[in-house]
Design a protein around this ligand. Structure first.
Ligand SMILES: Cc1cc2nc3c(=O)[nH]c(=O)nc-3n(C[C@H](O)[C@H](O)[C@H](O)COP(=O)(O)O)c2cc1C
Length: 212
């Protein structure tokens, strides 16, 4: 694959809301990946698959073993892509059933070696590790190549991303940019530059207790 060829980026989102925070996060991740690829002089073609539009077909495929034409096209978009961005809302501390069911109807082996960036949205920031204990093992089983940074956006991360350069929005933007750079680096065979340790400025617990 030459570096001048555009990379096909498939974006799968399992959000149900309208507007959907999962779709918003997916779009941010796709844009960040596109910007990072542009820095390597590589163009990006982005195709979005909204799983809510295929929910009935996914259930039917589970029952019959065959995808309807629209679902077939969505599956082909994902399996034929150079990389995948997959975002789910967190339901009951894990990926949603719709998200899992879509990956259950893919042909076995179809994601082997696929570069993947994982994202999730939730109401509570306390469920961010669902990315690590639920999504990452699923994609490890599917033998995809998942980038190190997975991005979680809780309700409190939204509404500030464009305006607040020092608070929650800026933190989300930073994680999105890092994840996008990692996926782009994987696609062009150049690892993303090392980022500073996000925990190096943490206030020591002892200091928090004494309010120094
Ligand atoms: C059935 C259900 C279960 C949920 N469980 C959790 C949960 O365990 N943890 C959490 O942080 N948010 C939970 N939520 C909130 C959703 O994850 C959150 O609203 C999500 O961002 C919605 O995504 P969307 O806007 O893309 O549809 C739950 C929502 C629903 C409907």
């Amino acid at each position: 694959m030459s570096e001048s060829a555009a990379r096909r980026l498939a974006v799968v989102t399992a959000g149900l809301g309208e507007p959907s925070s999962s779709r918003m996060l997916a779009d941010l991740l796709a844009e960040a990946t596109g910007r990072a690829l542009q820095e390597h002089s590589v163009n990006t073609g982005i195709e979005v698959v909204e799983l809510r539009e295929h929910a009935h077909d996914i259930t039917n495929n589970t029952l019959t073993g065959f995808p309807a034409p629209a679902l077939r096209a969505a599956i082909d978009t994902v399996t034929g892509s150079d990389a995948l961005i997959a975002v789910t809302p967190i339901f009951n501390a894990s990926y949603s059933g719709l998200f899992k069911s879509f990956f259950d109807v893919l042909e076995p082996g179809s994601l082997i070696g696929k570069p993947v960036l994982l994202g999730a949205t939730g109401g509570s920031p306390r469920h961010s590790l669902a990315l690590e204990h639920a999504l990452r093992p699923l994609f490890a089983y599917l033998r995809a190549v998942v980038v190190p940074t997975a991005v979680y956006a809780a309700s409190q991360d939204w509404g500030t991303a464009e305006h607040d350069h020092g608070g929650q929005g800026a933190e989300l933007t930073g994680r999105v940019d890092r994840a996008g750079a990692e996926l782009a680096g994987l696609l062009v065979g150049k690892p993303a530059e090392r980022q500073p340790d996000p925990y190096e400025d943490l206030t020591p617990f002892e200091q928090l207790l004494s309010r120094k």
